[in-house]
Ligand binder design. Structure first.
Ligand code: BEZ
Ligand code: FE
Length: 300
């Protein structure tokens, strides 16, 4: 274990970690060491660049607050969250609706309201209705599925940004009826820039990226015996629909609001989307993310 060079130090590190009792932790830590060492050799990492990297990660941690998760944002803009989502979808025992990013603006504890409730406190643009069915993969309706939705305002801000987390808006929690139907009123959200005033934003600027997400409504859907679905509906005519900074858009999640004779609220333009939930493996969740407040508490 003396006279190590940039190659042999990798084997030596792995051998010191060889007795890790938890096999999954060992697999992940071993791979992290192998890839990190290979990365440093690949780019011939200098001491200045290494310390810059450490400073960057320190700044990412320092930017985290109960209302802001800069590490999730970093994972998102590097495409890592999209990779984890895709891997997770591949494991589904049956095919359900496609998933998308939970993002850093999810909040728990939004009160349950009756179907048809307007989720925006003071809409200043025409209302729309979002409706559809929640079914299993066999098409059988799922009654009492919990449908949680959250979105930006018509100005492109989440409540955490407009109200500093002091009260909730543009969020709703609903239960499907006996036929698996849900519907709620909202307004069309505006596409928005991811938070660019922190270290992740500085990186995105340095890469000459626009930092925008196309207009979307987040949906988190859960039902007994089914895999929780984290997804979002994306408005197809948004200028950023094909260049989402965090790689969340899939063709099957693209929607449009239109006049619709079947709309549960006649007179309002409607977005119609049916969600399919896959059967659950025990203890399985589709969340690639968490309420930032909870992450902060867990870290204390
Ligand atoms: C969001 O959709 O809320 C989001 C996702 C990733 C980064 C920033 C925002
Ligand atoms: Fe979002």
């Amino acid at each position: 274990m003396r006279d190590l060079d940039e190659f042999t130090v990798t084997d030596e590190t792995l051998s010191q970690m060889a007795n890790t009792p938890n096999p999954r932790f060992k697999e992940i830590a071993d791979a992290a060491v192998r890839h990190l060492h290979a990365f440093a050799r690949d780019v011939n990492l200098t001491p200045e660049e290494w310390i810059q990297g450490i400073q960057f990660m320190t700044a990412v941690g320092q930017a985290c607050t109960p209302l802001r998760q800069e590490f999730i944002l970093l994972s998102d803009v590097l495409g890592l969250s999209a990779v984890v989502n895709a891997l997770h979808d591949k494991k589904a025992r049956e095919l359900g609706s496609q998933s998308s990013l939970l993002g850093p603006f999810f909040r728990e504890g939004v009160e349950l309201t009756p179907a048809g409730t307007q989720i925006v406190e003071k809409p200043t643009v025409p209302e729309i209705v979002v409706y559809g069915k929640v079914t299993g993969n066999d098409g059988a309706p799922i009654p009492n599925a919990l449908v949680q939705v959250w979105q930006t305002s018509e100005r492109g801000h989440y409540d955490l940004q407009e109200r500093n987390g002091e009260s909730m808006d543009m969020r709703g929690t609903f239960l499907t009826d006996a036929d698996g139907n849900y519907h709620f009123r909202t307004v069309r959200p505006l596409g928005y820039s991811i938070p660019m005033d922190g270290p992740v934003g500085a990186m995105v600027f340095a890469q000459k990226r626009h930092g925008m997400r196309p207009s979307h409504i987040h949906c988190l859907i859960g039902a007994e015996g089914h895999r929780e679905l984290v997804t979002a509906l994306y408005f197809g005519d948004d200028p950023y629909i094909d260049s989402d900074t965090v790689f969340g858009v899939s063709e099957s999640l693209v929607v449009d609001s239109k006049e619709d004779p079947n709309s549960p609220i006649p007179g309002l333009r409607a977005v119609h989307y049916d969600f399919r939930l896959a059967k659950a493996a025990p203890g399985e969740s589709g969340r690639v993310g968490a309420d930032p407040t909870k992450l902060m508490k867990a870290a204390e």
